[in-house]
Design a protein around this ligand. Structure first.
Ligand code: 9WN
Length: 449
């Protein structure tokens, strides 16, 4: 299966190249997405490292002066009507050397330092010229990656506890997760907004696999609110309707600090490396104290406005496993949760873990982020298992992901009962991470064994 899967994954990446960036998938997502670019770079680094670097560069060329990296960079060659909400809806003003309406004003999880470090590591296998290019690109990216972290830990520290808050479910990347339901319940669902602004996703994807109209109306309303405040982060908790600390977003934020420490090391910035390691430890402690529920023994999203933890058990609650400084008790609790009937590691289901609790009454096998299996979350979970020395579980998970993609195709997500492919076909990060799972059996940096 390996050669066949490798070749089909490489073909998806070839087809999704759009000149100076990658698209997540041709039909549904015709622009550049932030955390997609990071996951895609990790796989693209094996087959075309120059493109991996170019893609990351294109994204960071659109970084805002305040350090935020937009969740979508719009391709000017794509028509407004080909994706909603498009450039005119976000109506972002010009900044730096960028023309107006070039991006959105929200962010996605900061996966990019992790990706840059992975591409750099793998580049050494491609010869001296590639290694030199990798060093140059890392040096270019490093200050920009630091600015991205500074923005999230500074301007988005709405809970004043050293974590980043998200202002829209789309910022989590787990857009439609039940984690957001309690916080979203307080956001008006003005269905008339969907008459003014027409959904485009329903024209290209099955409605049963996409968010409901009520949720979509809330998404649109939240963007309008943030946009009308000029995308300012002042007094977020007082004036914005959705301000939430997500376990997965913040785990990636912490893991990014560790990758930055590695990057600072190869750039000869020893003091900086220490600073990043300390920061990772602080983020881990904040996650451990603020997002952990001792009753449920798992991590949950916290609504900064009410101080309440969302009751849902979602895959994001497993993500702090990525952090090497997590205490053994919480580490073991994550493994217990992952093995339980809620998530059922492949030892029980032969499948990677779903995005949501299999035992919940509203577990939905089709609707995105409310049940289906996503390869990127499982890739992060496997990384966490390796970090904490659960090598056999990590290997089972790796095999189950490869089996799933090989048997069903490079889909955006998969039915958690049958493994059938759902959402967009020929999806970038599914293909890219399959390449990584085939190629890389090494231990992540900072593994505890
Ligand atoms: C909104 C591109 C993106 C991913 C997200 C995923 C989905 C967009 C949408 O697709 O979100 O950003 O239109 O549904 O939820 O994680 O980055 O692949």
């Amino acid at each position: 299966m390996s050669a066949e899967l490798w070749n089909s994954a490489a073909r998806v990446l070839e087809d999704n190249w759009a000149g100076d960036h990658m698209v997540p998938s041709r039909k549904l997502y015709p622009h550049q997405w932030s955390w997609d670019a990071a996951f895609i770079a990790i796989g693209l680094g094996y087959v075309n490292p120059s493109r991996a670097w170019r893609d990351l560069r294109s994204l960071f060329e659109a970084q805002w002066p305040d350090g935020r990296v937009p969740h979508i960079v719009f391709d000017p060659a794509t028509a407004e009507g080909d994706y909603f909400p498009g450039p005119a809806f976000w109506n972002v003003p010009a900044y730096g050397r960028r023309a107006a309406r070039g991006s959105t004003g929200i962010v996605q999880p900061p996966m990019h330092a992790i990706a840059a470090w992975e591409v750099y590591r793998h580049a050494s296998g491609h010869g001296a010229a590639c290694a030199l290019q990798a060093h140059t690109e890392l040096a270019w990216l490093y200050p920009r990656l630091v600015a991205q972290q500074d923005y999230l830990l500074g301007r988005r520290n709405a809970g004043a506890a050293g974590l980043a808050a998200i202002v829209h479910p789309w910022e989590s990347g787990l857009d439609n997760s039940p984690s957001w339901d309690p916080a979203l319940a307080g956001v008006p669902a003005d269905l008339s907004l969907l008459e003014t602004y027409r959904r485009r996703d329903l024209a290209v994807a099955d409605g049963a696999q996409r968010p409901t109209d009520r949720d979509y109306a809330r998404y649109v309303g939240l963007v309008l609110n943030y946009r009308d405040g000029n995308y300012s982060d002042n007094d977020l908790a007082q004036r914005h309707g959705f301000v939430v600390e997500c376990p997965s977003f913040n785990s990636i934020l912490g893991a990014a600090e560790l990758s930055l420490a590695q990057i600072a090391g190869v750039l000869g910035l020893g003091d900086e490396a220490r600073r990043h390691r300390d920061q990772a430890q602080r983020i881990t402690m904040a996650i451990a104290s603020r997002l952990w529920d001792p009753q449920t023994r798992t991590f949950h999203a916290r609504d900064v406005r009410t101080g309440r933890l969302s009751p849902a058990h979602c895959v994001s609650g497993l993500m702090p496993l990525m952090l090497p400084d997590l205490a053994p008790d919480q580490t073991e609790a994550i493994m217990t949760e992952a093995r339980s009937a809620r998530f059922g590691l492949p030892e029980q289901t032969l499948l990677p873990v779903p995005s949501y609790d299999r035992t919940a009454p509203d577990f939905d096998t089709q609707r995105y982020w409310r049940g289906p299996i996503w390869i990127n979350m499982n890739w992060l979970l496997r990384r966490g298992m390796l970090v904490h020395g659960y090598r056999d579980d990590a290997e089972d998970l790796r095999r189950s992901m490869l089996r799933l993609v090989h048997g069903n195709g490079h889909f955006e997500y998969f039915d958690p009962r049958t493994g059938e492919g759902l959402g967009a076909p020929r999806f970038g990060w599914t293909a890219a991470l399959s390449l990584d799972l085939l190629a890389d059996r090494s231990m992540p940096a900072y593994a505890r064994v």
